[in-house]
Structure formats: structure tokens, C-alpha cells
Design a protein around this ligand. Structure first.
Ligand code: ADE
Length: 246
């Protein structure tokens, strides 16, 4: 997968792409990232990328010309995504949808906003990573790159970890433990030490259901709605959870 990121602050996005799994994916050629400084395409002496808003008011607005010129200088194909708090809310299913693309273009908005024509005439999609306002789209772009890249085949060594994890099946993941079996007097659930794989799978499923129900009721309600009728085992596990609540 190739991702082009357009930003006024290239140093803000470079670091995280050079570490850990993203670094490895890039070294392996599974992910290539172009970081493009929007300012570099400006031809005026002061490299101006923003201007005062028509109609007046506080703040500055990112100008059309440098953003269009920067994107058009490298664009080949695929979605052009503007990172903005007004976009559709990013989720695991959007990450999964985007991971099927060969090419993504991400535009990081800045200042008070971007000229509306960047949104309507250049971007093909708008994404927000949450209902809060960041200083710019850079951190949001990195969140999107990270969540999408790890779904690209080969990026994670163990492909089952992407299937098993929180959100992949619409539920939160079960708790994990590793050695030692006792730490400061705190143990590990017996079942996980039993070696009985069927029993372990059942325990994990039950904890996954419990966590989602208790921590994310809206996610749980959605999961119930799209998975009905539930499997016999899930029905049984939910009955057991309800009984243990009493
Ligand atoms: N830019 C500023 N805030 C943002 C957010 N929450 N998501 C995406 N881009 C942003």
C-alpha cells in the first residue's frame, strides 16, 4: 500500500512512521509513505499557505492553491481524505475498508479550517478520529495510517491477531495474562493454566461478552442487533453472565 500525506508540518508525522511495526512494514516494502510539505509548492517569497476568511472573523484559512498544487503534483489514484473534526467518525470498519485500497492520499487541515473548495472539489472523503478538536490533522492522519497499515496482509506477523482483537468482531477483546502465574499475590484465572483449549476459548468468549456489555453498552447493543439470532453458546454465556450479576 502507498500512502501520501500532505501537511504543513512534515516533522510532525515523520517520527512515528520510523518506529515499531510501521518501520518494519516500510522496510519490508509492504507500506510506502510519501510525506509532502505543502509549503514546498508555493512560489511566493513568503510561502503563504493561509489567508484571512472572507466575511471576516477570527483565525486563518488554508488556501486552495498550494493544497491543490501539492496533491496534483503526485496524485495517481484512490481516495483523497481530508482529516477534519467534521468528517465521518473513524472506526475499525473504516480502517478495514481503507486497507483494501492500493493508494491513499491524506490531507492534514490546519489553522481555523480549510477553504471549502478543498473539501468539495479535491477531497473525496473526510474523516474525524473523534469528537474533539486537535491542533491539526497530522496526529489524526497518523492514527489512520497506523490502524490501516496493520490490516495490510503481512504487516502483522500473526494474521490471527488482527481477527481476534478488540473491535474486529464487534466485541472488545478478552483479558490477557502472561508469566509469572503469580505476581505480588495476584494470580491468573485457573482456566488459562488448564491447557484445555475448548475451555479456554469458552472463557475468553465469555469475558469478551462481559467486557463489551459492561464497558461499551452501545457497542454491545449494536453487536446483538447484527448477530441475532445468537449462537447457542453465546446465548448460554449471556445467561451465565446475567445469573452471576444477581
Ligand atoms: N483535525 C482537528 N481535529 C481533528 C479530528 N478530531 N479528527 C481529524 N482531524 C482533525
Amino acid at each position: 500500500m502507498h500512502i501520501d500525506i500532505f501537511t504543513l508540518f512534515p516533522a510532525m508525522v515523520r517520527g512515528p512512521l520510523d518506529e515499531s511495526i510501521l518501520r518494519r512494514a516500510r522496510d519490508a516494502g509492504l507500506l510506502t509513505v510519501g510525506i509532502h510539505d505543502i509549503r514546498a509548492v508555493t512560489t511566493d517569497r513568503h510561502h503563504v499557505c493561509d489567508d484571512a476568511p472572507y466575511g471576516g472573523g477570527a483565525g486563518m484559512v488554508m488556501k486552495c492553491e498550494p493544497v491543490f498544487a501539492a496533491v496534483e503534483s503526485v496524485y495517481l489514484e484512490g481516495p483523497i481524505i481530508l482529516l477534519t473534526p467534521q468528517g465521518r467518525l473513524f472506526s475499525q470498519s473504516i480502517a478495514s475498508e481503507l486497507s483494501g485500497q492500493a493508494h491513499l492520499t491524506l490531507i492534514c487541515g490546519h489553522y481555523e479550517g480549510v477553504d471549502e473548495r478543498i473539501r468539495t472539489q479535491l477531497a473525496t472523503d473526510e474523516i474525524s478520529i473523534g469528537d474533539y478538536v486537535l491542533t491539526g490533522g497530522e496526529l489524526a492522519a497518523l492514527v489512520v495510517v497506523d490502524a490501516v497499515a496493520r490490516l495490510v496482509p503481512g504487516v502483522l506477523h500473526d494474521a490471527t491477531s488482527a481477527l481476534d482483537e478488540s473491535h474486529a468482531g464487534g466485541l472488545l477483546e478478552y483479558p490477557h495474562y502472561t508469566r509469572p502465574p503469580e505476581f505480588r499475590g495476584w494470580g491468573v484465572p485457573e482456566t488459562l493454566l488448564s491447557g484445555d483449549h475448548a475451555k479456554i476459548a469458552r472463557w475468553r468468549r465469555k469475558e469478551s461478552l462481559r467486557r463489551t456489555r459492561d464497558r461499551r453498552p452501545e457497542l454491545f447493543a449494536h453487536w446483538l442487533a447484527i448477530n441475532s439470532p445468537l449462537s447457542k453458546q453465546d446465548q448460554q454465556l449471556l445467561r451465565e453472565l446475567e445469573r452471576s450479576d444477581e
